[in-house]
Design a protein around this ligand. Structure first.
Ligand code: ZN
Length: 486
């Protein structure tokens, strides 16, 4: 193949990067990438195993003299998020990514680059292939379907893993060691509704202009939540008008802060001016509150908005609006042990309306299991109070910060020796596969790290090639030190 990355180190890892990028590997489509890894292992005479979700395990003995040292587990995921620009012609099922280099940056033409998590895959391949430096026994696990719910990690067989220290290479930026992550759960609240024919006039309320963002990383940034803001507008509106809800719909995913929300209401024609006045007052207040954190908020009003369903009966609609107005959303608790870390939060991610019900989907996260349980209980209690039903779904385990992690101290020490600088130690409020590994192997000592990779999960994804080279040599330094028995 024609390689586009020239004259850069580590050459072999970057060649693997380009080979891997030529293989389509969106989540649930990892088979070809897994087979590529299996062929690689066999070619190098390494033990390997592939399971039914195409997770791949490859093991390599320690180099001579290091065969009996404790093994180390390295781990990352093969799948990528498939996002492309509107005008890009690309079939993620069939086409390889078209990589190019701009300055120090590696990108893909019009699509995600998949450095999340090609970095891990290609580092591991390189360390498995190299025989020119001493290292302990290596156990490498390449997981699948990480981006759609950590599915591969859930079926990892702990019996195939001997190591009790683990480097997850799916984090970053460079210079940061991640030592904890939130667990979480989606909670789906369903409020069944009854309807009657629309009377009076209709009005559409459209919230636009908000930033949104990842509900783990951005939840403490005081960004507006379009679903919550809509509930506020409806609540205040109901004080001056006999407004009746027809539909509400906001957000796309439970784990993204909703940027937009649309509602259609019906009301007596004579109350419109009073209602619009209140809505505009609220809009101005919200703009003022969000002036520094989410300045683009606007409320667009649409007269005679089409109502595709009847209006929700008064009692039902009032209960729904009050429930959404009172519902908790945002940061619940911050850490006193790790600066700026959110310990517990929830995001009212999605609202949807059908003929029979309004459904609200929350993403709740916490690194403290008891707070997750408390928040879940609050939502169940809230739903109960307003004649709705809350169903907890899709839980994933937390990776709780361990104050006494030998692997963390080791990584800090080697980083200082290797770069002269201090490694930053952080916990994150997003979910990571590490929590799943820990739930299967509670005595595993885990750290996570990665390279400078920007705008992951978007077509603007960009990886810093210099950072890729530096982090590679740092991990090599860790393995060399482990080979000395540390
Ligand atoms: Zn990732």
């Amino acid at each position: 193949m024609d390689y586009v990355i020239q004259n850069r180190e580590p050459k072999d890892a970057l060649r693997y990067f380009e080979e891997l990028s030529a293989i389509p590997r969106g989540s649930r489509n990892e088979k070809a990438a897994a087979e590529y890894l299996m062929a690689f292992a066999k070619e190098h005479g390494l033990w390997c195993h592939m399971d039914e979700l195409y997770n791949v395990y490859i093991k390599k003995p320690g180099t001579p003299g290091c065969e009996n040292l404790p093994p180390v587990l390295m781990q990352g995921h093969t799948d990528i998020v498939c996002e492309k620009n509107q005008d890009t012609v690309h079939d993620f099922e069939k086409d390889g990514l078209k990589l190019y280099v701009e300055g120090n940056m590696l990108k893909a033409k019009g699509t995600t680059l998949g450095a999340d998590d090609a970095v891990a895959v290609t580092y591991m391949m390189s360390f498995l292939a190299r025989n020119d430096f001493p290292h302990p026994p290596l156990e490498c696990v390449f997981t699948t379907q990480e981006e759609i719910g950590l599915n591969g990690a859930y079926i990892i067989d702990p019996d195939l893993i001997k190591a009790r220290r683990m480097l997850n290479i799916d984090s970053g930026p460079e210079g940061v060691l991640v030592v904890g992550a939130a667990g979480g759960q989606n909670i789906v609240i369903t409020k069944e509704v009854t309807r009657e024919p629309v009377q009076g006039i209709t009005l559409g309320l459209h919230i636009r202009g908000l930033f949104g963002g990842h509900s783990g990383r951005m939840i403490d940034k005081e960004r507006g939540n379009a679903n919550k803001l809509m509930a506020r507008l409806l609540h205040y509106g109901a004080k001056v008008a006999d407004l009746r809800l027809v539909s509400i719909s906001g957000g796309d995913k439970a784990n993204a802060i909703p940027r937009e929300c649309d509602a259609v209401i019906a009301l007596p024609a004579g109350q419109k001016d009073a209602l619009v006045k209140v809505l505009r007052e609220q809009e101005a207040m919200i703009q003022d509150e969000l002036a520094f954190s989410d300045a683009g908020f606007v409320l667009n009003l649409e007269e005679n908005a089409p109502a595709t369903m009847g209006m929700i009966t008064k009692e039902c609609g009032d209960q729904l609006v009050q429930m959404m107005f009172l519902a908790p959303c945002g940061v619940v608790a911050k850490s006193m042990a790790l600066k700026d870390l959110t310990v517990c939060s929830l995001n009212m991610g999605v609202s949807r309306t059908s003929e029979e019900a309004v459904v609200i989907t929350y993403s709740v996260r916490s690194s403290q299991d008891s707070l997750l349980e408390l928040t879940r209980e609050r939502l169940i209690c809230l739903a109960d109070t307003f004649g709705a039903k809350a169903d907890p779904k899709d839980a994933y385990p937390s990776w709780k910060y361990k104050p006494d992690s030998p692997l963390r101290h080791f990584c800090e020490k080697v980083y200082k020796e290797h770069t002269g600088e201090d490694l930053k130690v952080e916990a994150v409020h997003g979910g990571l596969e590490c929590g799943v590994f820990l739930s299967k192997m509670p005595d595993m000592d885990i750290v996570a790290l990665g390279v400078n990779n920007y705008n992951a999960h978007t077509p603007q994804e960009t990886m810093d090639l210099d950072s890729y080279g530096r982090v590679y040599t740092y991990i090599e330094a860790l393995l060399r030190k482990m080979a000395e028995g540390e």
